[in-house]
Design a protein around this ligand. Sequence first.
Ligand code: FES
Ligand code: FES
Length: 162
Amino acid sequence: MLPPDEPTAAIACTVNGQAIRTQVPLRRSLVDWLRHDVGLTGSHVGCEHGVCGACHVRVDGLVVRGCLMLAVQADGAAIETIEGAADALTLALQQAFFEKAALQCGFCTPGMILQAAELLAANPAPSRAEVREALSGNYCRCTGYQPIVDAVMAVGAALHAK
Ligand code: FES
Ligand code: FES
């Protein structure tokens, strides 16, 4: 429920392929809107100032930090969250993260996977250093990063073998 004096604006966008027309508070971040108004809680909120990468979503195909973008800026955009990301790379990464035990609490995992998918789309056979560089804006407090890099490398190796 919005306070009666909260200024809002109309937006029209798609979220995971579903068209949405609604009013959004001018100050609401994209990730807060997705979580609290759209009900998609797969994108997480960690630092709220662009450091941790937990809030990653795709906007028009590019990974962005949902805490640094306002919902009103998504007017006209195609937004994809981890719940709707069903491309082959994302699915392969989800399986690899499972197989390599690349998650514990899972808080960082949606952001990690979306960022890793963007890396592998641009560079199907990255080195470990390139994986670390690509994921350097995604924090994980649990895994020590090694199994995350292992999972991304495994998907890269499978792509390279094709
Ligand atoms: S919550 Fe957006 S980068 Fe941390
Ligand atoms: S698995 Fe817990 S923060 Fe990464």
